[in-house]
Design a protein around this ligand. Structure first.
Ligand SMILES: *[C@@H]1O[C@H](CO)[C@@H](O)[C@H](O)[C@H]1NC(C)=O
Ligand SMILES: *[C@@H]1O[C@H](CO)[C@@H](O)[C@H](O)[C@H]1NC(C)=O
Ligand SMILES: *[C@@H]1O[C@H](CO)[C@@H](O)[C@H](O)[C@H]1NC(C)=O
Length: 534
Protein backbone atom coordinates (compact mmCIF):
# COMPACT_ATOMS: atom_id res chain seq x y z
CA UNK A 1 0.00 0.00 0.00
CA UNK A 2 1.23 3.46 -0.79
CA UNK A 3 1.60 5.90 2.10
CA UNK A 4 -1.26 8.27 2.65
CA UNK A 5 -0.55 11.92 3.41
CA UNK A 6 -3.66 12.00 5.60
CA UNK A 7 -2.39 9.29 7.86
CA UNK A 8 1.13 10.63 8.11
CA UNK A 9 1.31 14.29 9.05
CA UNK A 10 5.08 14.27 8.83
CA UNK A 11 4.87 13.26 5.24
CA UNK A 12 2.24 15.90 4.61
CA UNK A 13 4.77 18.56 5.53
CA UNK A 14 7.21 17.09 3.07
CA UNK A 15 4.58 17.19 0.36
CA UNK A 16 3.72 20.77 1.15
CA UNK A 17 7.36 21.65 0.83
CA UNK A 18 7.41 19.98 -2.57
CA UNK A 19 4.28 21.87 -3.49
CA UNK A 20 5.97 25.14 -2.67
CA UNK A 21 8.85 24.33 -4.98
CA UNK A 22 6.73 23.19 -7.87
CA UNK A 23 3.39 24.91 -7.67
CA UNK A 24 2.44 24.14 -11.23
CA UNK A 25 2.44 20.42 -10.43
CA UNK A 26 0.60 20.66 -7.15
CA UNK A 27 -2.20 23.14 -7.66
CA UNK A 28 -4.98 22.82 -10.16
CA UNK A 29 -4.08 24.76 -13.26
CA UNK A 30 -7.49 25.91 -14.41
CA UNK A 31 -7.66 27.30 -17.93
CA UNK A 32 -9.44 29.56 -18.66
CA UNK A 33 -9.59 30.92 -15.11
CA UNK A 34 -13.16 30.89 -13.72
CA UNK A 35 -14.90 34.03 -12.48
CA UNK A 36 -14.84 32.86 -8.86
CA UNK A 37 -12.61 30.15 -7.39
CA UNK A 38 -12.27 29.07 -3.79
CA UNK A 39 -9.90 26.20 -3.13
CA UNK A 40 -9.50 24.65 0.30
CA UNK A 41 -6.40 22.82 1.50
CA UNK A 42 -8.51 19.73 2.16
CA UNK A 43 -7.53 17.03 -0.28
CA UNK A 44 -9.86 14.28 -1.45
CA UNK A 45 -8.80 11.08 -3.15
CA UNK A 46 -10.56 9.86 -6.23
CA UNK A 47 -10.32 6.24 -7.29
CA UNK A 48 -11.06 5.52 -10.92
CA UNK A 49 -12.92 2.28 -10.22
CA UNK A 50 -15.19 3.85 -7.58
CA UNK A 51 -15.80 7.24 -9.05
CA UNK A 52 -19.02 8.01 -10.90
CA UNK A 53 -20.25 10.95 -12.89
CA UNK A 54 -24.04 10.79 -12.68
CA UNK A 55 -27.18 12.85 -13.09
CA UNK A 56 -28.25 14.59 -9.90
CA UNK A 57 -31.59 13.42 -8.47
CA UNK A 58 -33.28 16.74 -9.20
CA UNK A 59 -31.92 17.25 -12.68
CA UNK A 60 -34.30 18.09 -15.53
CA UNK A 61 -31.89 16.33 -17.89
CA UNK A 62 -32.00 12.66 -17.00
CA UNK A 63 -30.38 9.55 -18.47
CA UNK A 64 -32.29 10.21 -21.69
CA UNK A 65 -29.99 13.14 -22.42
CA UNK A 66 -27.46 11.62 -24.83
CA UNK A 67 -25.43 14.82 -24.98
CA UNK A 68 -24.66 14.57 -21.27
CA UNK A 69 -24.19 10.79 -21.29
CA UNK A 70 -21.57 11.30 -23.98
CA UNK A 71 -19.92 14.06 -21.98
CA UNK A 72 -19.83 11.97 -18.77
CA UNK A 73 -18.09 9.17 -20.64
CA UNK A 74 -15.67 11.58 -22.31
CA UNK A 75 -14.71 13.34 -19.12
CA UNK A 76 -14.31 10.14 -17.16
CA UNK A 77 -11.78 9.14 -19.80
CA UNK A 78 -9.99 12.48 -19.76
CA UNK A 79 -9.62 12.16 -16.00
CA UNK A 80 -8.66 8.49 -15.74
CA UNK A 81 -8.54 6.77 -19.09
CA UNK A 82 -4.98 7.35 -20.05
CA UNK A 83 -3.60 7.09 -16.53
CA UNK A 84 -5.36 3.82 -15.87
CA UNK A 85 -3.56 2.20 -18.72
CA UNK A 86 -0.29 3.65 -17.55
CA UNK A 87 -0.50 2.72 -13.87
CA UNK A 88 -3.01 -0.08 -13.65
CA UNK A 89 -6.02 0.24 -11.36
CA UNK A 90 -5.34 2.25 -8.24
CA UNK A 91 -5.76 0.47 -4.93
CA UNK A 92 -5.23 3.55 -2.86
CA UNK A 93 -8.34 4.01 -0.71
CA UNK A 94 -7.39 5.84 2.46
CA UNK A 95 -8.26 9.30 3.59
CA UNK A 96 -11.13 11.47 2.48
CA UNK A 97 -12.74 10.29 -0.71
CA UNK A 98 -14.72 11.79 -3.52
CA UNK A 99 -17.13 9.17 -4.83
CA UNK A 100 -19.42 11.00 -7.21
CA UNK A 101 -19.90 14.04 -9.30
CA UNK A 102 -23.63 14.74 -9.52
CA UNK A 103 -24.62 16.90 -12.44
CA UNK A 104 -27.90 18.76 -12.31
CA UNK A 105 -29.60 20.88 -14.93
CA UNK A 106 -32.15 23.15 -13.32
CA UNK A 107 -34.02 24.40 -16.38
CA UNK A 108 -35.67 22.25 -18.97
CA UNK A 109 -33.02 20.34 -20.83
CA UNK A 110 -31.73 21.27 -24.27
CA UNK A 111 -30.27 17.87 -25.07
CA UNK A 112 -31.34 17.85 -28.69
CA UNK A 113 -30.73 21.51 -29.42
CA UNK A 114 -27.84 23.27 -31.06
CA UNK A 115 -26.05 25.92 -29.03
CA UNK A 116 -26.68 29.55 -29.98
CA UNK A 117 -25.22 32.99 -29.34
CA UNK A 118 -27.48 33.32 -26.31
CA UNK A 119 -26.80 29.88 -24.83
CA UNK A 120 -26.39 29.95 -21.07
CA UNK A 121 -22.95 28.51 -20.27
CA UNK A 122 -22.86 29.40 -16.59
CA UNK A 123 -22.35 26.74 -13.93
CA UNK A 124 -21.38 26.26 -10.35
CA UNK A 125 -19.25 23.50 -8.96
CA UNK A 126 -19.01 22.43 -5.35
CA UNK A 127 -16.41 19.80 -4.56
CA UNK A 128 -16.78 18.38 -1.08
CA UNK A 129 -16.54 14.99 0.56
CA UNK A 130 -18.01 12.60 -0.55
CA UNK A 131 -20.06 14.05 -3.44
CA UNK A 132 -19.35 16.95 -5.76
CA UNK A 133 -22.21 18.91 -7.28
CA UNK A 134 -22.19 20.53 -10.67
CA UNK A 135 -25.19 22.76 -11.29
CA UNK A 136 -26.08 24.51 -14.50
CA UNK A 137 -29.21 25.99 -15.96
CA UNK A 138 -28.55 24.34 -19.31
CA UNK A 139 -26.56 21.45 -20.68
CA UNK A 140 -24.08 23.98 -22.13
CA UNK A 141 -23.05 25.11 -18.67
CA UNK A 142 -22.75 21.49 -17.58
CA UNK A 143 -20.27 20.87 -20.42
CA UNK A 144 -18.15 23.82 -19.30
CA UNK A 145 -18.33 22.71 -15.67
CA UNK A 146 -17.26 19.16 -16.52
CA UNK A 147 -14.19 20.57 -18.21
CA UNK A 148 -13.40 22.62 -15.12
CA UNK A 149 -13.95 19.63 -12.84
CA UNK A 150 -11.59 17.53 -14.95
CA UNK A 151 -8.95 20.24 -14.64
CA UNK A 152 -9.22 20.21 -10.84
CA UNK A 153 -8.17 16.56 -10.63
CA UNK A 154 -4.47 15.88 -10.54
CA UNK A 155 -2.10 13.09 -9.62
CA UNK A 156 0.02 13.41 -6.52
CA UNK A 157 3.60 12.22 -6.45
CA UNK A 158 2.44 8.67 -5.68
CA UNK A 159 0.24 8.53 -8.73
CA UNK A 160 -3.00 8.80 -6.74
CA UNK A 161 -5.74 11.03 -8.11
CA UNK A 162 -6.59 13.92 -5.86
CA UNK A 163 -8.79 16.95 -5.85
CA UNK A 164 -8.97 19.85 -3.41
CA UNK A 165 -12.30 20.66 -1.89
CA UNK A 166 -13.36 23.73 -3.77
CA UNK A 167 -16.19 25.93 -4.83
CA UNK A 168 -16.40 27.58 -8.23
CA UNK A 169 -18.95 29.74 -9.94
CA UNK A 170 -18.33 30.64 -13.51
CA UNK A 171 -19.69 32.18 -16.66
CA UNK A 172 -18.10 33.56 -19.81
CA UNK A 173 -17.23 37.22 -20.27
CA UNK A 174 -18.05 37.06 -24.01
CA UNK A 175 -20.69 34.95 -25.72
CA UNK A 176 -18.84 34.45 -29.02
CA UNK A 177 -15.47 32.73 -28.62
CA UNK A 178 -14.31 31.44 -31.95
CA UNK A 179 -11.59 29.67 -33.86
CA UNK A 180 -11.34 30.26 -37.61
CA UNK A 181 -10.13 27.39 -39.74
CA UNK A 182 -9.51 27.70 -43.46
CA UNK A 183 -10.23 24.61 -45.56
CA UNK A 184 -9.63 26.25 -48.93
CA UNK A 185 -5.90 27.07 -48.96
CA UNK A 186 -5.35 23.53 -47.70
CA UNK A 187 -7.92 20.82 -47.26
CA UNK A 188 -8.17 19.71 -43.64
CA UNK A 189 -9.03 16.06 -43.03
CA UNK A 190 -11.98 15.29 -40.78
CA UNK A 191 -9.65 14.01 -38.07
CA UNK A 192 -7.92 17.39 -37.87
CA UNK A 193 -11.25 19.19 -37.56
CA UNK A 194 -12.36 16.82 -34.79
CA UNK A 195 -9.08 17.34 -32.90
CA UNK A 196 -9.58 21.08 -33.24
CA UNK A 197 -13.06 20.77 -31.76
CA UNK A 198 -11.70 18.67 -28.88
CA UNK A 199 -9.09 21.28 -28.08
CA UNK A 200 -11.66 24.05 -28.39
CA UNK A 201 -13.76 22.35 -25.71
CA UNK A 202 -10.67 22.09 -23.46
CA UNK A 203 -10.33 25.87 -23.79
CA UNK A 204 -14.06 26.67 -23.59
CA UNK A 205 -14.27 28.02 -27.14
CA UNK A 206 -17.79 27.79 -28.53
CA UNK A 207 -17.68 28.83 -32.21
CA UNK A 208 -16.00 27.09 -35.12
CA UNK A 209 -15.83 29.74 -37.84
CA UNK A 210 -15.47 27.50 -40.86
CA UNK A 211 -13.96 29.47 -43.74
CA UNK A 212 -14.93 26.67 -46.08
CA UNK A 213 -14.12 27.99 -49.54
CA UNK A 214 -11.92 30.68 -51.06
CA UNK A 215 -10.01 31.44 -54.29
CA UNK A 216 -7.85 28.33 -54.03
CA UNK A 217 -10.42 25.55 -53.70
CA UNK A 218 -14.08 24.78 -53.18
CA UNK A 219 -14.25 21.68 -50.97
CA UNK A 220 -17.90 22.09 -49.88
CA UNK A 221 -20.04 19.58 -51.77
CA UNK A 222 -23.30 21.32 -52.58
CA UNK A 223 -26.35 19.21 -53.35
CA UNK A 224 -27.90 21.97 -55.47
CA UNK A 225 -24.68 22.74 -57.37
CA UNK A 226 -22.42 19.67 -57.24
CA UNK A 227 -20.23 21.07 -60.03
CA UNK A 228 -18.87 23.69 -57.62
CA UNK A 229 -16.80 21.09 -55.78
CA UNK A 230 -16.52 18.68 -58.71
CA UNK A 231 -14.61 21.35 -60.60
CA UNK A 232 -13.49 23.68 -57.83
CA UNK A 233 -11.97 21.35 -55.24
CA UNK A 234 -8.31 20.34 -55.33
CA UNK A 235 -9.46 16.81 -56.14
CA UNK A 236 -12.53 14.68 -55.67
CA UNK A 237 -11.07 13.35 -52.44
CA UNK A 238 -10.61 16.89 -51.13
CA UNK A 239 -14.30 17.54 -50.51
CA UNK A 240 -16.66 17.66 -47.55
CA UNK A 241 -19.69 15.58 -48.44
CA UNK A 242 -23.06 16.30 -46.83
CA UNK A 243 -22.39 13.46 -44.42
CA UNK A 244 -18.95 14.89 -43.51
CA UNK A 245 -20.55 18.25 -42.79
CA UNK A 246 -23.21 16.57 -40.70
CA UNK A 247 -20.53 14.78 -38.67
CA UNK A 248 -18.69 18.03 -37.98
CA UNK A 249 -21.94 19.67 -36.87
CA UNK A 250 -22.79 16.85 -34.49
CA UNK A 251 -19.28 16.52 -33.08
CA UNK A 252 -19.30 20.24 -32.40
CA UNK A 253 -22.81 20.26 -30.93
CA UNK A 254 -21.89 17.56 -28.41
CA UNK A 255 -19.16 19.90 -27.18
CA UNK A 256 -21.39 22.97 -27.08
CA UNK A 257 -19.74 24.45 -30.15
CA UNK A 258 -21.57 26.35 -32.88
CA UNK A 259 -20.44 25.96 -36.47
CA UNK A 260 -20.68 29.16 -38.51
CA UNK A 261 -19.94 28.60 -42.19
CA UNK A 262 -18.34 31.36 -44.19
CA UNK A 263 -19.03 31.71 -47.89
CA UNK A 264 -16.96 34.75 -48.73
CA UNK A 265 -18.11 36.85 -51.72
CA UNK A 266 -17.85 38.86 -53.94
CA UNK A 267 -14.03 38.65 -53.71
CA UNK A 268 -12.04 35.50 -52.88
CA UNK A 269 -14.18 33.49 -55.28
CA UNK A 270 -11.88 32.18 -58.05
CA UNK A 271 -12.74 28.55 -57.23
CA UNK A 272 -16.49 29.22 -57.64
CA UNK A 273 -15.98 30.12 -61.29
CA UNK A 274 -14.83 26.66 -62.26
CA UNK A 275 -18.13 24.95 -61.59
CA UNK A 276 -20.61 27.77 -62.19
CA UNK A 277 -20.67 29.64 -65.50
CA UNK A 278 -21.07 33.44 -65.70
CA UNK A 279 -20.77 33.89 -61.96
CA UNK A 280 -17.45 35.77 -62.02
CA UNK A 281 -16.66 39.06 -63.72
CA UNK A 282 -14.49 38.88 -66.86
CA UNK A 283 -11.53 41.25 -66.38
CA UNK A 284 -10.20 43.11 -69.42
CA UNK A 285 -6.59 43.83 -70.23
CA UNK A 286 -5.42 47.21 -71.52
CA UNK A 287 -5.84 45.82 -75.03
CA UNK A 288 -9.50 45.22 -74.24
CA UNK A 289 -9.18 41.47 -74.16
CA UNK A 290 -10.63 39.22 -71.51
CA UNK A 291 -7.61 37.88 -69.72
CA UNK A 292 -8.96 36.41 -66.48
CA UNK A 293 -11.93 36.47 -64.16
CA UNK A 294 -12.39 38.56 -61.03
CA UNK A 295 -15.00 38.94 -58.28
CA UNK A 296 -18.64 37.82 -58.52
CA UNK A 297 -20.45 39.67 -61.31
CA UNK A 298 -22.95 41.85 -59.47
CA UNK A 299 -24.70 43.10 -62.61
CA UNK A 300 -26.38 39.86 -63.70
CA UNK A 301 -29.75 38.71 -62.44
CA UNK A 302 -28.57 35.12 -62.75
CA UNK A 303 -26.05 35.85 -59.98
CA UNK A 304 -28.85 36.43 -57.51
CA UNK A 305 -30.98 33.49 -58.60
CA UNK A 306 -27.90 31.36 -58.08
CA UNK A 307 -27.27 32.73 -54.58
CA UNK A 308 -30.92 32.36 -53.58
CA UNK A 309 -30.73 28.65 -54.23
CA UNK A 310 -27.22 28.29 -52.87
CA UNK A 311 -27.86 30.06 -49.58
CA UNK A 312 -31.20 28.31 -49.19
CA UNK A 313 -29.23 25.08 -49.11
CA UNK A 314 -26.59 26.50 -46.75
CA UNK A 315 -29.21 27.82 -44.36
CA UNK A 316 -30.80 24.40 -44.05
CA UNK A 317 -27.54 22.41 -43.87
CA UNK A 318 -26.03 24.60 -41.13
CA UNK A 319 -28.34 24.99 -38.14
CA UNK A 320 -26.64 28.07 -36.70
CA UNK A 321 -28.60 31.31 -36.75
CA UNK A 322 -25.68 33.06 -38.48
CA UNK A 323 -23.96 32.74 -41.83
CA UNK A 324 -20.67 34.56 -42.45
CA UNK A 325 -20.76 36.33 -45.80
CA UNK A 326 -17.18 37.54 -45.99
CA UNK A 327 -17.09 40.70 -48.09
CA UNK A 328 -13.38 41.48 -47.63
CA UNK A 329 -10.74 42.60 -50.12
CA UNK A 330 -12.84 43.11 -53.25
CA UNK A 331 -10.78 43.75 -56.40
CA UNK A 332 -12.31 46.90 -57.92
CA UNK A 333 -9.77 46.93 -60.75
CA UNK A 334 -11.38 43.98 -62.49
CA UNK A 335 -14.84 45.50 -62.18
CA UNK A 336 -13.61 48.80 -63.56
CA UNK A 337 -11.95 47.13 -66.55
CA UNK A 338 -15.21 45.58 -67.73
CA UNK A 339 -17.29 47.68 -70.19
CA UNK A 340 -20.59 46.04 -69.21
CA UNK A 341 -19.95 46.81 -65.57
CA UNK A 342 -19.05 50.39 -66.50
CA UNK A 343 -22.41 50.67 -68.30
CA UNK A 344 -24.26 49.25 -65.35
CA UNK A 345 -22.54 51.75 -63.06
CA UNK A 346 -23.62 54.59 -65.33
CA UNK A 347 -27.20 53.35 -65.48
CA UNK A 348 -27.37 53.10 -61.70
CA UNK A 349 -25.73 56.51 -61.22
CA UNK A 350 -22.84 55.07 -59.21
CA UNK A 351 -20.34 57.36 -60.96
CA UNK A 352 -16.87 55.93 -60.51
CA UNK A 353 -17.45 54.74 -56.96
CA UNK A 354 -17.06 51.00 -56.86
CA UNK A 355 -17.94 50.81 -53.20
CA UNK A 356 -21.46 51.66 -54.42
CA UNK A 357 -21.45 48.62 -56.66
CA UNK A 358 -20.11 46.54 -53.79
CA UNK A 359 -22.91 47.89 -51.59
CA UNK A 360 -25.49 47.12 -54.26
CA UNK A 361 -24.28 43.52 -54.36
CA UNK A 362 -23.88 42.94 -50.61
CA UNK A 363 -27.24 44.47 -49.85
CA UNK A 364 -28.90 41.95 -52.17
CA UNK A 365 -27.02 39.09 -50.51
CA UNK A 366 -27.95 40.37 -47.04
CA UNK A 367 -31.59 40.48 -48.16
CA UNK A 368 -31.39 36.88 -49.34
CA UNK A 369 -29.95 35.81 -45.97
CA UNK A 370 -32.63 37.74 -44.13
CA UNK A 371 -35.39 36.16 -46.22
CA UNK A 372 -33.97 32.80 -45.09
CA UNK A 373 -34.37 33.93 -41.47
CA UNK A 374 -30.66 33.89 -40.76
CA UNK A 375 -28.38 36.56 -39.35
CA UNK A 376 -25.29 37.66 -41.19
CA UNK A 377 -21.69 38.32 -40.23
CA UNK A 378 -19.37 40.33 -42.50
CA UNK A 379 -15.73 41.40 -42.50
CA UNK A 380 -15.14 45.03 -41.60
CA UNK A 381 -14.73 46.36 -45.17
CA UNK A 382 -18.46 45.97 -45.65
CA UNK A 383 -18.99 48.42 -42.79
CA UNK A 384 -16.07 50.64 -43.84
CA UNK A 385 -17.43 50.91 -47.39
CA UNK A 386 -20.76 52.07 -45.99
CA UNK A 387 -22.84 49.19 -47.22
CA UNK A 388 -26.37 49.40 -45.89
CA UNK A 389 -26.37 46.64 -43.25
CA UNK A 390 -29.27 44.90 -41.56
CA UNK A 391 -29.67 46.21 -38.00
CA UNK A 392 -28.53 42.85 -36.63
CA UNK A 393 -25.56 42.32 -38.98
CA UNK A 394 -22.39 41.50 -37.04
CA UNK A 395 -19.13 43.15 -38.15
CA UNK A 396 -15.88 41.24 -37.73
CA UNK A 397 -12.96 43.59 -37.10
CA UNK A 398 -9.77 42.12 -38.53
CA UNK A 399 -7.57 44.92 -39.79
CA UNK A 400 -4.27 46.09 -38.39
CA UNK A 401 -3.36 48.32 -35.54
CA UNK A 402 -6.42 50.51 -35.23
CA UNK A 403 -8.83 47.82 -34.28
CA UNK A 404 -9.95 49.50 -31.07
CA UNK A 405 -10.90 52.62 -33.02
CA UNK A 406 -12.75 50.43 -35.53
CA UNK A 407 -14.59 48.69 -32.67
CA UNK A 408 -15.56 52.10 -31.37
CA UNK A 409 -16.95 53.12 -34.76
CA UNK A 410 -18.81 49.89 -35.36
CA UNK A 411 -20.41 49.85 -31.93
CA UNK A 412 -21.20 53.56 -31.88
CA UNK A 413 -23.07 52.97 -35.13
CA UNK A 414 -25.10 50.41 -33.23
CA UNK A 415 -23.73 47.22 -34.78
CA UNK A 416 -22.55 44.12 -33.02
CA UNK A 417 -18.84 43.39 -33.37
CA UNK A 418 -16.45 40.45 -33.20
CA UNK A 419 -12.74 41.10 -32.77
CA UNK A 420 -10.07 39.09 -34.55
CA UNK A 421 -7.47 41.70 -35.59
CA UNK A 422 -4.95 41.03 -32.78
CA UNK A 423 -5.43 37.27 -33.04
CA UNK A 424 -4.21 36.26 -36.50
CA UNK A 425 -2.40 33.13 -35.40
CA UNK A 426 -1.20 32.34 -38.91
CA UNK A 427 1.35 35.11 -38.37
CA UNK A 428 4.19 33.48 -36.50
CA UNK A 429 7.33 34.78 -34.86
CA UNK A 430 10.05 33.56 -32.51
CA UNK A 431 9.17 33.24 -28.84
CA UNK A 432 6.10 33.50 -26.67
CA UNK A 433 3.69 35.37 -28.86
CA UNK A 434 0.78 34.07 -26.74
CA UNK A 435 1.61 36.93 -24.38
CA UNK A 436 0.72 39.54 -26.97
CA UNK A 437 -2.63 37.81 -27.58
CA UNK A 438 -3.22 37.61 -23.85
CA UNK A 439 -2.75 41.29 -23.02
CA UNK A 440 -5.38 42.49 -25.49
CA UNK A 441 -8.54 43.89 -23.95
CA UNK A 442 -11.35 44.00 -26.53
CA UNK A 443 -13.23 46.65 -24.56
CA UNK A 444 -10.36 49.07 -24.15
CA UNK A 445 -11.88 51.85 -26.26
CA UNK A 446 -13.96 54.97 -25.69
CA UNK A 447 -17.62 54.19 -25.43
CA UNK A 448 -20.43 53.60 -23.01
CA UNK A 449 -20.01 50.49 -20.86
CA UNK A 450 -23.53 49.44 -21.72
CA UNK A 451 -22.90 49.60 -25.45
CA UNK A 452 -19.63 47.73 -25.09
CA UNK A 453 -21.31 44.95 -23.13
CA UNK A 454 -24.19 44.70 -25.55
CA UNK A 455 -22.37 45.05 -28.83
CA UNK A 456 -18.91 43.51 -28.54
CA UNK A 457 -20.07 39.93 -28.55
CA UNK A 458 -16.64 38.34 -28.59
CA UNK A 459 -13.66 37.44 -30.69
CA UNK A 460 -11.94 34.85 -32.80
CA UNK A 461 -8.47 33.42 -33.17
CA UNK A 462 -7.90 33.00 -36.90
CA UNK A 463 -5.61 30.41 -38.42
CA UNK A 464 -5.52 31.13 -42.14
CA UNK A 465 -4.41 28.19 -44.21
CA UNK A 466 -1.71 29.37 -46.64
CA UNK A 467 1.01 27.62 -44.66
CA UNK A 468 -1.15 25.29 -42.60
CA UNK A 469 -2.47 21.81 -43.25
CA UNK A 470 -3.01 18.63 -41.26
CA UNK A 471 0.72 18.38 -40.49
CA UNK A 472 0.97 21.58 -38.47
CA UNK A 473 -2.48 22.94 -37.69
CA UNK A 474 -2.78 21.62 -34.14
CA UNK A 475 0.67 22.67 -32.86
CA UNK A 476 0.37 26.06 -34.51
CA UNK A 477 -3.03 26.68 -32.94
CA UNK A 478 -2.41 25.32 -29.43
CA UNK A 479 -1.58 26.57 -26.93
CA UNK A 480 -1.35 29.98 -28.67
CA UNK A 481 -5.12 30.11 -29.10
CA UNK A 482 -5.53 29.23 -25.42
CA UNK A 483 -4.43 32.78 -24.61
CA UNK A 484 -7.35 34.08 -26.65
CA UNK A 485 -9.62 31.53 -25.01
CA UNK A 486 -8.86 32.85 -21.54
CA UNK A 487 -9.13 36.47 -22.65
CA UNK A 488 -12.62 35.82 -24.00
CA UNK A 489 -13.85 33.68 -21.12
CA UNK A 490 -12.27 35.01 -17.93
CA UNK A 491 -13.07 38.25 -16.13
CA UNK A 492 -11.26 41.36 -17.42
CA UNK A 493 -9.28 41.47 -14.18
CA UNK A 494 -7.47 38.19 -14.94
CA UNK A 495 -4.33 39.67 -16.48
CA UNK A 496 -1.32 38.42 -14.53
CA UNK A 497 1.13 37.07 -17.11
CA UNK A 498 3.28 35.07 -14.68
CA UNK A 499 0.28 33.39 -13.17
CA UNK A 500 -1.07 32.70 -16.65
CA UNK A 501 2.27 31.27 -17.75
CA UNK A 502 2.46 28.71 -14.96
CA UNK A 503 -1.14 27.60 -15.53
CA UNK A 504 -0.68 27.50 -19.28
CA UNK A 505 2.39 25.28 -19.05
CA UNK A 506 0.32 22.69 -17.18
CA UNK A 507 -2.69 23.21 -19.41
CA UNK A 508 -0.55 22.62 -22.48
CA UNK A 509 0.74 19.36 -21.00
CA UNK A 510 -2.83 18.38 -20.16
CA UNK A 511 -3.82 18.96 -23.78
CA UNK A 512 -0.88 16.83 -24.88
CA UNK A 513 -1.98 14.01 -22.57
CA UNK A 514 -5.44 14.23 -24.15
CA UNK A 515 -4.02 13.69 -27.61
CA UNK A 516 -3.63 17.31 -28.72
CA UNK A 517 -0.15 17.93 -30.13
CA UNK A 518 0.10 21.39 -28.56
CA UNK A 519 3.54 22.91 -28.99
CA UNK A 520 5.73 23.85 -25.99
CA UNK A 521 5.67 27.34 -24.52
CA UNK A 522 9.31 27.35 -23.56
CA UNK A 523 12.01 25.00 -22.24
CA UNK A 524 11.08 22.24 -19.79
CA UNK A 525 9.17 18.99 -19.84
CA UNK A 526 5.77 17.52 -19.15
CA UNK A 527 5.24 15.16 -16.22
CA UNK A 528 5.36 11.48 -17.00
CA UNK A 529 1.58 11.21 -16.95
CA UNK A 530 1.23 14.12 -19.32
CA UNK A 531 3.16 12.62 -22.20
CA UNK A 532 1.50 12.18 -25.53
CA UNK A 533 -0.37 8.95 -26.05
CA UNK A 534 0.51 6.96 -29.22
C1 LIG B 1 -4.80 21.79 -2.20
O1 LIG B 1 -4.52 21.10 -1.03
C2 LIG B 1 -3.14 20.95 -0.77
C3 LIG B 1 -2.99 20.04 0.45
O2 LIG B 1 -3.60 20.60 1.57
C4 LIG B 1 -2.53 22.31 -0.56
O3 LIG B 1 -1.14 22.18 -0.35
C5 LIG B 1 -2.76 23.16 -1.78
O4 LIG B 1 -2.30 24.46 -1.57
C6 LIG B 1 -4.24 23.20 -2.12
N1 LIG B 1 -4.40 23.87 -3.39
C7 LIG B 1 -4.84 25.11 -3.48
C8 LIG B 1 -4.91 25.68 -4.84
O5 LIG B 1 -5.20 25.75 -2.51
C1 LIG C 1 -33.38 18.00 -4.52
O1 LIG C 1 -34.62 18.59 -4.21
C2 LIG C 1 -35.03 18.37 -2.86
C3 LIG C 1 -36.44 18.91 -2.70
O2 LIG C 1 -36.57 20.17 -3.28
C4 LIG C 1 -34.02 19.07 -1.93
O3 LIG C 1 -34.37 18.86 -0.59
C5 LIG C 1 -32.65 18.49 -2.20
O4 LIG C 1 -31.68 19.18 -1.44
C6 LIG C 1 -32.27 18.57 -3.66
N1 LIG C 1 -31.03 17.85 -3.89
C7 LIG C 1 -30.03 18.39 -4.58
C8 LIG C 1 -28.84 17.52 -4.73
O5 LIG C 1 -30.07 19.49 -5.09
C1 LIG D 1 -33.08 41.87 -64.00
O1 LIG D 1 -34.02 42.12 -62.99
C2 LIG D 1 -34.50 43.43 -62.94
C3 LIG D 1 -35.33 43.60 -61.70
O2 LIG D 1 -36.16 42.48 -61.49
C4 LIG D 1 -35.30 43.69 -64.24
O3 LIG D 1 -35.76 45.02 -64.25
C5 LIG D 1 -34.36 43.47 -65.43
O4 LIG D 1 -35.07 43.57 -66.63
C6 LIG D 1 -33.72 42.10 -65.36
N1 LIG D 1 -32.70 42.01 -66.40
C7 LIG D 1 -32.64 41.02 -67.25
C8 LIG D 1 -31.53 41.10 -68.26
O5 LIG D 1 -33.43 40.08 -67.25
Amino acid sequence: MRPSPHRAPGLLLVLLALAAQAPAEKTPALWPWPSSVKVSPKLLNIAAENFLIVHGPNSTAGPSCPLLQEAFRRYYNYIFGFHKRLHGPANFQDGAQLDQLQVSITLQSQCDFFPTLSSDESYSLLVQEPVAFLKANRVWGALRGLETFSQLVYQDSYGAFTINESSITDLPRFAHRGILIDTSRHYLPMKTIFKTLDAMAFNKFNVLHWHVVDDQSFPYQSTAFPELSNKGSYSLSHVYTPSDVHMVLEYARLRGIRVIPEFDTPGHTQSWGKGQKNLLTPCYSERKQIEKVGPINPTLNTTYTFFKTFFKEISSVFPDEYIHLGGDEVDFECWSSNPKIQNFMKKKGFGNDFTKLESFYIKKILDIIKSLKKGSIVWQEVFDDKVELQPDTVVEVWKGENYLEELREVTSSGYKAILSAPWYLDIISYGQDWRQYYIVDPLNFQGSEKKKQQLVIGGEACLWGEFVDATNLIPRLWPRASAVGERLWSPATVTDLDNAYSRLVTHRCRMVSRGIAAQPLFTGHCDREHKMEE
